[in-house]
Each structure stands twice: as C-alpha cells, then as structure tokens.
Write a protein that binds this ligand. Structure first.
Ligand code: 5GP
Length: 239
C-alpha cells in the first residue's frame, strides 16, 4: 500500500490517502511541539519510536478486544490504518495527579487519585483545547448522544485497565494519557490517533524519572533515550 495525496498535516503526523478509500497512511514526524505549538523542536528518530510504540500498544489492545484503527506498520515512520471520522474530543485519562490537573485544581503533583479520572478536552487548537462537560459536547454536536459519551468513557477505562497493569509490569507508572476516537465506515466508535510518550506520561516506578514528552515540555533533555527505553520495556527488553 502506497501514499497518494497529502490529506492533512498535523503537529506530529502527516496523513495520506491510499488507493483504498477506507484506508489511510500516517507518517510519524520527528517534530516536537508543546504548549499548543508555542514551543517547537525536532528529534531525529522520534517519529519512528512513536510509530513502533503505538503499533505494539494497538496490537495489545486489539488482542484484548478494543477496536482500533490500526491495520499494519508499513516501515519505520508509516502506519496503515482505517479511515475514521474523527470525534473532536480528546479523552484524558488520569491515574496520578500532575500537569494541568494539579495546576488547575491545586491537587498535589504525584498524588495517586482515589479513582481513575476521565475528562474531555475540545480538540481545537484555536481555542487552546478547553475542558468540556457533557452538555458542551452535545451543544457543539461533537457526538450524537450522551450514550456515545458514556461509550467513550467506558472504552477509555477499558484501555486504562489493560495498559496500567501492562506498564506496571514493565516498571512504569502510567500517570495519564490522551486518547482520540473516531467512527469507522460502519459508524462504530474505534480508537484512533496514536498511543506514545508524546501523549502519555510514564514515570519510572523505582526512580520517579519522567519517560515522556514532559522531558521536552520542561526542557530536561534526554527525550530520545527515554522513548527508546519505553519501547525496550514494551518489547520485554528491560535494561
Ligand atoms: P495535561 O492536561 O496534564 O496537560 O495532559 C494530560 C495528559 O494528556 C498528558 O499525558 C498529555 O501528554 C496528554 N495530552 C493532553 N492534551 C494533549 C495534546 O493536545 N496533545 C498531546 N500530544 N497530548 C496531550
């Protein structure tokens, strides 16, 4: 399967059509952005790492019954996946308080939450991805019904219930992450986008070291080494 026309270029990926109208190819870029594009950089090899990490995690989720858009990893930087109508809601799942949750509500950084929190952000760069409640989602017609919002929450919890123990076994705390969903050609809601250290926070269980994009957001350096370590652990090559 080969790339045809460029459909869309996002901050981390380019999206191409293919000869099959139901299939698209994502090219994972090396670009790094943070704070809604205000901070920019690039790290050679980052795109390939995210493609490989996402591939492994999509395969794991599929094997546990979660429908995803994943079809195949084509090469280092390219993933073949189903075409979906993207739901413009970023589904945020949090196990441990940090980031915007700690900043906005004053919950101490690192506090383990009494239960897993699922939140919705509006996927809208112009508005800076503001928080949404269910009524906002319906008024903005981001979904068709409250049942669909319940389905997004249920799928997000199911994904967390698979990934959290998986990463714990690898010595990583899955602190929080962002998911995106879409509707496939049959109208079914499936997981889309990517699952990588660009949109998840991983903290080493023993040392507390950050193994994700916060290394870039906070100017810590060592981003690629951390992403490589996440991939090695996923593949069972714990160093
Ligand atoms: P926070 O709301 O604390 O900034 O982010 C919560 C989690 O969702 C983090 O794991 C973060 O990486 C992810 N996340 C939230 N919004 C975005 C976004 O617009 N892009 C990416 N790549 N990740 C996001």
């Amino acid at each position: 399967m080969e790339k045809r026309e460029l459909l869309y270029e996002g901050k981390a990926k380019k999206l191409f059509t293919t000869d099959d109208s139901n299939l698209l190819i994502s090219e994972f870029k090396d670009d790094l952005t943070a704070f809604n594009g205000a901070k920019k950089s690039s790290e050679t090899g980052k795109g390939a790492l995210n493609n490989k990490i996402s591939t492994e995690l999509f395969k794991l989720l599929e094997s546990q019954g979660v429908p995803t858009h994943f079809v195949a990893m084509l090469d280092d930087n390219h993933m073949l996946h189903k075409r979906v109508d993207v739901i413009l809601i970023e589904v945020i799942v949090r196990n441990i308080a940090t980031g915007s949750l700690s900043k906005n509500l004053g919950i101490p950084d690192g506090k383990v939450l009494p239960f897993t929190l699922v939140e919705f952000d509006y996927k809208n760069d112009e508005l800076g991805d503001p928080k949404l409640n269910d009524q906002h989602c319906l008024i903005l017609e981001l979904v068709e019904s409250t049942q669909e919002l319940d389905q997004l929450r249920a799928m997000a919890r199911q994904i967390n219930d698979i990934l959290r123990p998986f990463f714990k076994e690898k010595g990583l705390n899955l602190v929080d992450f962002k998911l995106e969903f879409g509707k496939d050609a049959d109208g079914n809601i499936i997981l889309a986008d990517e699952i990588s250290p660009d949109n998840c926070r991983f903290w080493d269980i023993e040392t507390g070291e950050k193994m994700d994009k916060d290394r870039f957001r906070q100017g810590m350096g060592g981003l690629k080494v951390a992403y490589e370590e996440v991939l090695h652990r996923i593949l069972g090559e714990h160093s």
